[in-house]
Design a protein around this ligand. Structure first.
Ligand SMILES: [Zn+2]
Length: 193
């Protein structure tokens, strides 16, 4: 029975439900998201992804990830990731500043993924692998192509390893596209026959 509750699917669905619920509360003003994130240029684009949670397609993606990878992704998508700007809000960090840059430069998702000079090496690898502009957070955290490379970036920075452990996927890991409904139905009919 315990095993049933701990299966990956159940855990992933719980995380999705929890994130959807907290996101709903923050949209209704019950808990305030970070001020910088609110005013960030990326906020609107990222919010569009949140608004679709929990989508069929996202469940399909999460099903192919390990539990720690799915948790990381969902926390990035909802903005509740343990970077200093969030940790400071919940009084688990003395400062919202980036541990490398300091001087009032807050450690937001945008800063961590796109601009912090401490992770320039990891960002160069990301750019070289993707062979395209990597400055779109929705692309990195919301697409089949972006997500595996994002996980490698996070692994290379080691910044979130204490929370999530090793999130690096295998070198040949690719997320499968969701099959069209008709194909799924045909497959099911063949399996049952
Ligand atoms: Zn920094």
């Amino acid at each position: 029975m315990l095993n049933f509750f701990l299966t990956k699917k159940v855990v992933v669905k719980f995380i999705l439900f929890y994130s959807f619920f907290t996101n709903y509360l923050s949209q209704k003003g019950f808990c305030a998201p970070s001020e910088e994130w609110e005013t960030s240029k990326r906020h609107n684009a990222s919010n569009k992804i949140d608004a679709s949670l929990p989508s069929d397609n996202y469940l399909h993606i999460a099903d192919q990830l390990r539990r720690n990878q799915a948790s990381l992704l969902i926390q990035l998508r909802t903005g509740h990731i343990p970077l200093n700007v969030i940790l400071h809000q919940v009084k688990r960090s003395d400062t919202p500043d980036c541990p490398h840059c300091k001087n009032g430069i807050q450690e937001t998702i945008h800063h961590y993924l796109l601009t912090c000079p401490s992770y320039a090496g990891a960002r160069r690898i990301l750019q070289a692998k993707l062979k395209r502009d990597t400055s779109s957070i929705p692309f990195l955290i919301g697409t089949q192509i972006g997500i595996p490379h994002l996980l490698r970036y996070v692994s290379n920075t080691k910044r979130l390893a204490a929370t999530f452990g090793e999130v690096r996927p295998d070198d040949d890991f690719k997320l499968k596209e969701k099959e069209p409904k008709t194909k799924q139905r045909r497959q099911r009919n063949e399996d049952e026959a």
